[in-house]
Design a protein around this ligand. Structure first.
Ligand SMILES: *Cc1c(COP(=O)(O)O)cnc(C)c1O
Length: 468
């Protein structure tokens, strides 16, 4: 399988290189050159397979000959062996029609572990054959940072520098990052906001000299391998609910459009997906885009579901690429207009095309709290604020009542226990696998939010320095 850029001019890459690369050189995102197809018989044959075996079947066409099948299976077994549920992503029935797909059984309690645990192993595997180190840099408002650090801690040939805004992540989130003391993990608290941290990371990548010298790489959801790993659980859940003989709908708490794009990919591969519900909080750029064609940047409102507090959804470009008939030059022009004006009007024909598979909803703070109470009182399930937004959107969706709706449960409720307690009166306990978080030693540097300070800090510590 080869991967092409959504903006048409960057060189096509194989799976190994697309895994180790972030943004394409033309500013676009990498997508598969074509979508592999699963026939109904091939989907039926997934029934009864373990999560790991399902993952091998679903991912093999994307991996191509970059890894042998046995090798791919071994990596999946190692990555998903760290989850605390044998089903890896178990389904829980809420009522006659609604299901939760629990994606939070990994080491850091959020769905990002599903992709990042595998990505950490892929990095190590592909770097082992090369004479180079990588320096992963990232900015986090919480979940991505802890999942990426857990996945890369102690791995050979890679250092990770993770920037978080000082004092603006929860205690649980900070400790999940700063108590990892592996020598290749470097936490930096920035004296500034999350936006400052993200702007610093972008500035580092734009500093070509610095980026080249330290071989900077990214693990955010623009990385294709992350999305690929997320396609698996759509197949796994749908097959358990009777696909291919029965279509299934999914409601997805959405921020950067990565998770729901994986659902789109599953549908393009032949999985009978009745609908993908894009659930947003009051930061509703995606809801406005899908419902009214208005993809324009507003200001971010902080909410109790912080992993969905975004202005621009990077992965939306991947959908726009298909909606532009995979014409990279046309999309490059569209995106240049968007970058200049911060707004994009999606033509009615493209909106109609998207509406065949997508619908959307905007859930405010009351709707979110109500969904948390509802799940606790009627189904005995304590859910986190992100999941609650997905579930509220599922309840409001106008779909054939025969179609089961699977809401993706993206975080463990204990990760956001203050918000859960406010809504339900119940304070969820941290699971044993993260026990002792508050007794462990923390290590992080505090730096001013200047490029100079961050680059000097990294230059002193990164192993990847290429001699000048
Ligand atoms: C990252 C995250 C999301 C949003 O996922 P996207 O792929 O960015 O759309 C939703 N919920 C939780 C808990 C997350 O960590």
């Amino acid at each position: 399988m080869r991967y092409i850029s959504t903006r048409g001019t960057a060189p096509a890459l194989d799976f190994e290189n697309v895994t180790l690369t972030g943004l394409a050189a033309d500013g676009g995102l990498y997508v598969p050159e074509s979508w592999p197809r699963f026939t109904p018989e091939a989907i039926r044959a997934l029934a009864g397979l373990s999560y790991v075996d399902t993952a091998v079947e679903v991912m093999a066409p994307f991996v191509g000959d970059a890894l042998g099948r046995d090798e791919l299976r071994a990596l999946c077994a190692e990555a998903y062996g760290r989850f605390d549920h044998e089903a890896v992503t178990p389904l829980v029935q809420l009522d006659g029609r609604n299901w939760l797909l629990e994606l939070f059984h990994g080491p850091t309690l959020a769905f990002k572990d599903v992709a990042l645990q595998l990505l950490g192993l892929l990095f190590e595997r592909f770097l082992s054959q090369r004479d180079t180190h990588l320096t992963v840099v990232g900015a986090t408002s919480g979940d991505t940072g802890s999942a990426a650090i857990d996945a890369l801690a102690g791995r050979a040939k890679v250092d990770i520098f993770m920037l978080h805004p000082l004092g603006r992540v929860s205690d649980v989130q900070r400790r999940q990052m700063t108590t990892v003391l592996a020598p290749n993990v470097h936490n930096i608290a920035i004296e500034g906001s999350f936006d400052d941290a993200q702007a610093l990371v972008k500035a580092m990548f734009a500093d070509r000299d610095f980026a080249g010298r330290f071989r900077l790489s990214a693990v955010n959801s623009i990385n294709w391998a992350r999305l690929m790993a997320q396609i698996v659980y759509y197949f796994y859940a749908a097959v358990r609910l009777g696909t291919p003989d029965r279509p299934v709908a999914f409601s997805v708490p959405t921020g950067n459009f990565g998770d729901v794009f994986a659902g789109y990919a599953a549908a393009r591969m032949g999985l009978p997906v009745a609908k993908l519900i894009v659930a947003t909080n009051v930061n509703d750029i995606l809801h406005r885009a899908l419902a009214e064609g208005d993809y324009s940047v507003g200001t971010v409102t902080p909410t109790a579901a912080p992993s969905m507090d975004i202005q621009v959804s990077s992965n939306f470009e991947r959908l726009l690429f298909d909606l532009h008939g995979r014409d990279g030059a046309a999309l490059a022009q569209t995106m240049a207009g968007f970058e200049a004006t911060k707004r994009l009007a999606i033509p009615a024909a493209m909106r109609d095309e998207a509406a065949r598979l997508f619908t959307s909803a905007r859930i405010d703070a009351d709707g979110m709290a109500l969904a948390m109470r509802h799940a606790a009182e009627r189904s005995g399930q304590v859910i986190d604020p992100h999941t609650a937004i997905g579930l509220a959107a599922a309840h409001g969706a106008d779909l054939d009542p025969q179609v089961p709706i699977v809401t993706l449960a993206t975080a463990h409720p204990a990760k956001f226990r203050d918000a859960v307690e406010r809504a339900t009166g119940q304070r969820p306990n941290l699971p044993a696998r993260v026990g002792g978080l508050f007794e462990r030693e923390e290590r992080y540097a505090t730096l001013p939010a200047t490029l100079e300070a961050i680059e000097a800090h990294i230059a002193e510590r990164a192993t990847a320095a290429v001699p000048a």
